[in-house]
Each structure stands twice: as C-alpha cells, then as structure tokens.
Design a protein around this ligand. Structure first.
Ligand SMILES: [Zn+2]
Length: 77
C-alpha cells in the first residue's frame, strides 16, 4: 500500500509526462522533465530527481505505478 501523502498522480500524453497540478505552487498541467521510460526505471529501483519547471521545487521519485509517482517525502497538502 502506497502512502498517500507521498504520491503524485500523473498522465502520459503523447510521450510526455504531466501532473495535473503541482503540489508546491498549484500550477496546472505541468510538463515534467521526465520520460515515460524513466517511469519504468524508477519502478525497477532507480531513483529520479525531479525538478518542477514551474517553481523549481524538487522531489526524488522512488517508485511508480500506472497512475502515481511515489516520492521520498510528503508532498500532499
Ligand atoms: Zn510548481
């Protein structure tokens, strides 16, 4: 069971990874500097430092599933 506070729902659209809203600044439809292939590599245990282009806050993604990224910190407000 994934801890809800550490999850971030994402969408893949035309090969780009988006979040519906930034958990830090609230920007909508933020394009993440992350490739769909990296969703797979974090699933296989490779960590990914993610810097939000909207506000430059950063999180480390440690896992993913079909719908969510799992980070190493509480990000939900
Ligand atoms: Zn932001």
């Amino acid at each position: 069971m994934i801890p809800f506070e550490r999850t971030l729902p994402y969408d893949v659209v035309m090969g780009d990874v988006y979040v519906q809203s930034c958990p830090f600044c609230g920007s909508e439809n933020v394009l993440l500097p992350m490739k769909p292939q990296e969703l797979k590599s974090v699933r296989e245990g490779k960590k990914k430092l993610l810097v939000f282009p909207c506000c430059y806050n950063r999180v480390t993604v440690v896992d993913s599933d079909q719908d969510y990224l799992l980070t190493d910190q509480d990000i939900r407000r």
